[in-house]
Ligand binder design. Structure first.
Ligand code: JB8
Length: 264
C-alpha cells in the first residue's frame, strides 16, 4: 500500500519510521510519502491560510496549495492509476464519470463519518491512501468538491471530539489500517480475538505469576479445560460489553440507551 500525507507539519510523521509500521515499510508492504503543504504555496511567506468569506472566527486553508500538491501526487508515476467508470448500452444507469480504483482521498474532519474497525478493514485493501491534514477552521470546501470528480473522497472523524488538526487522526488511522494489511502481523489469530473484531470488547488477560499482591489469576485459566476457558472468556466479553459499551450489543434500540451527556 502507498500512503501519501499532506500536512503543514511533515516532521510530525517521523514516528512512522520507528513504529509497528516500520517493519511493514522495510518489508515493502507500506510505502509512505509525506508532503509539506507549504511547498504548494508560491508567495514569499508560503501562506496556506486566509480569512473566511462570510466572516467568523479563525482562518481557512486556501485551496491553491492543496491543488498544487494533490495534482503532483496524482501525476506521480508511482501513484495508483484511476479508472473512470463509463456507462455502456448494457449498463446504461448513469455511473458515468465516477472515479473507480486509484487513490482514496481521506480528509480527517469532525464533520466526517465515524472511523471504525470495519472501515479500517476496508481501507486495508486499498492500493493507495492520501490523507489531507487540515488545520485552523478547515480546508476550503472546493478542494473536496473538485477532487471528488477525480478520485474517491471520504471525510472521516475519529470520534465525537475535536482535535486541532487532522494529523493525530491520520496517525491513528494509519496505525489501525497498517496492522490489517494482508501479509502484516505475525499471528492472524491475534487479530480475530481482539476488541471490536467480533463486536464485543476483549476478555481480560493474565500471565505469570499466578498470585500477585494477593490477587489470584482466575482458576479456570489454570485448569487446562479449554472448553471451560472459552466459555469463561465469552462470558467476560459479554459482561464487559454490557457494562461499559451497551451500544455495541445487537438489538439495542436508541430510546433504550442511556441519555447522552449534555455536551456530547
Ligand atoms: C482543523 O477533530 B478532528 C479534526 C479537527 C480539525 C481538522 C481536521 C480534523 C482541521 N481541525 O478529526
Amino acid at each position: 500500500m502507498r500512503i501519501d500525507i499532506v500536512t503543514i507539519f511533515p516532521e510530525f510523521f517521523g514516528i512512522l519510521d520507528v513504529s509497528l509500521l516500520g517493519k511493514a515499510r522495510v518489508s515493502g508492504l507500506i510505502e509512505t510519502h509525506v508532503h509539506d503543504l507549504r511547498d504548494g504555496a508560491h508567495d514569499k511567506h508560503r501562506t496556506v491560510d486566509d480569512t473566511p468569506y462570510g466572516g467568523g472566527a479563525g482562518m481557512v486553508m486556501k485551496p491553491e496549495p492543496w491543488g498544487v500538491i494533490l495534482d503532483a501526487i496524482l501525476s506521480d508515476a508511482g501513484s495508483a492509476p484511476i479508472a473512470i467508470s463509463s456507462a455502456t448500452e448494457a449498463d446504461s444507469i448513469a455511473a458515468d464519470g465516477i472515479p473507480a480504483g486509484g487513490p482514496l482521498l481521506i480528509v480527517p474532519s469532525p464533520a466526517g463519518e465515524q472511523f471504525t474497525q470495519a472501515m479500517a478493514r476496508e481501507l486495508a485493501h486499498e492500493q493507495q491512501l492520501i490523507f489531507a491534514c487540515g488545520r485552523y477552521e478547515g480546508i476550503d470546501q472546493r478542494v473536496v468538491d473538485h477532487y471528488s470528480s477525480r478520485m474517491r473522497v471520504r471525510l472521516v472523524s475519529l470520534g465525537d471530539y475535536v482535535l486541532n488538526g487532522g494529523e493525530v487522526a491520520t496517525l491513528a488511522m494509519i496505525e489501525a489500517v497498517g496492522r490489517l494489511i494482508p501479509g502484516m502481523v505475525g499471528n492472524p489469530e491475534s487479530l480475530v480475538e481482539e476488541s471490536h473484531e467480533n463486536g464485543l470488547l476483549e476478555y481480560p488477560s493474565y500471565t505469570k505469576p499466578p498470585t500477585w499482591r494477593d490477587l489470584d489469576v482466575p482458576p479456570v485459566l489454570l485448569s487446562g479445560n479449554h472448553g471451560a476457558i472459552s466459555t469463561w472468556r465469552h462470558e467476560q466479553q459479554v459482561e464487559r460489553t454490557t457494562r461499559v459499551r451497551p451500544d455495541l450489543l445487537p438489538n439495542v434500540s436508541p430510546d433504550t440507551e442511556a441519555e447522552p451527556d449534555a455536551d456530547r
